[in-house]
Design a protein around this ligand. Structure first.
Ligand code: F1P
Length: 346
């Protein structure tokens, strides 16, 4: 996809490899609105896409839990594009939500992992994530693949709509190409995260905070901990903390703050101070080389620097590792968590 985008910048008529997106380019270009429907981790990938599409392609986006959307009477027009995101492609709520949107005239685009799945077949066009089967029930690599595909789509549409300048597009392509090596580097955090997991494996509650592109990552970190470790965890936009969750913070509360260097960094510094003032334990995920937040944190996890548009691809990794190690230390079956199905088909 990156190769074809680069080619496209040289020869405008070059074909994109992502056939579904190519087919849909004009629809996306003229869309009044994008509505994203998904469940669980896929919904979090949809939230990242909301930031991406609004920022790079300047299209208004709504992200809906498919499990609720299907019971509404939503206002949908033929100029709306509905993107259904699903790892399994079999989630009943997502399928029902897209069928509802389809019945009201929307065009349906799918982002699915499983080729030929029910959701993929019900869409008008789509892009497969090709992440391979998830071995466990909880989505991990599917999230990374979904975010990658959605980022590329936002870049393609942003270029097409003229909202993403060529210079910025080139920077993003170059940065995207560096992501695999940065992911490798983030995975080397494993040993350090085992140590942090030892400290907090008996915690009963966790709070995850993030802003901007890292807000959906905070939600995803909390979900992974709930799903595989059975520890109660809440994800919040960092600034929302003072509107309620701050009451929960005491010396027993681990607070995972995803605070990479981006446009919201200064604000999140003050959120960390608020947690510290209430004696909460701060586990900070920061950009390599940062010194401000590390000076206030109990544990510092450094990830490689990247564009804020791509940061979820890296910042989610330590959170997945943290959930994994805590779950293993608590004797939980990480591949087959209790009460969870690989695809929720009812
Ligand atoms: C959605 C989902 C997963 C979660 C679990 C239950 O599935 O909520 O995110 O980890 O497996 O289902 P999907 O529609 O992405 O297959």
């Amino acid at each position: 996809i990156l190769d074809s985008m680069r080619g496209r910048m040289i020869a405008e008529n070059d074909h994109l490899m992502m056939a579904g997106v190519r087919e849909f380019e004009n629809k996306f270009q003229n869309a009044d609105r994008i509505i994203i429907v998904a469940c669980g981790t896929s919904w979090h990938a949809g939230l990242v896409a909301e930031y991406l599409f609004e920022d790079l392609a300047r299209i208004p986006v709504e992200v809906e839990y498919a499990s609720e959307f299907r019971y509404r009477n939503p206002i949908i027009t033929e100029k709306d594009i509905v993107i259904a995101i699903s790892q399994s492609g079999e989630t009943a709520d997502t399928l029902a939500a897209l069928e509802l949107a389809k019945s009201k005239g929307a065009t349906i685009f799918g982002v699915c992992n499983v080729v030929g799945s029910s959701i993929a077949r019900a869409t008008d066009a789509g892009a497969y994530t090709h992440a391979g089967p998830e071995i466990g029930v909880a989505s991990t690599k599917a999230f990374t693949a979904q975010v990658t595909v959605l980022t590329l789509i936002a870049m393609i549409i942003g270029k097409k709509r003229g909202t993403l300048e060529t210079t910025k597009l080139r920077q993003l392509i170059a940065e995207m190409e560096s992501i695999p090596s940065k992911v490798e580097k983030a995975l080397q955090l494993n040993e350090q995260i085992i140590g942090i997991s030892e400290v907090y494996k008996d915690a009963t509650n966790f709070l995850y905070l993030g802003r901007g592109y890292n807000f959906p990552v905070a939600l995803e970190g909390a979900l992974k901990l709930k799903e595989i470790s059975y520890i109660h965890a809440e994800g919040y936009p960092a600034a929302e903390m003072k509107h309620g969750p701050i009451a929960l913070i005491d010396e027993q509360m681990p607070v995972v703050v995803i605070a990479t260097k981006d446009s919201s960094y200064e604000k999140i510094v003050s959120n960390v101070q608020e947690v510290r003032a209430r004696k909460g334990k701060v586990i900070a995920v920061v950009t390599e080389g940062d010194t401000t937040i590390p000076a206030m944190a109990d544990h510092v996890i450094e990830i490689p620097e990247t564009s804020e548009h791509l940061v979820p691809l890296l910042s989610v990794i330590p959170l997945q590792l943290l959930s994994y190690h805590i779950a293993v230390m608590r004797g939980c079956n990480v591949d087959q968590p209790r009460n969870l199905a690989k695809s929720v088909t009812v």
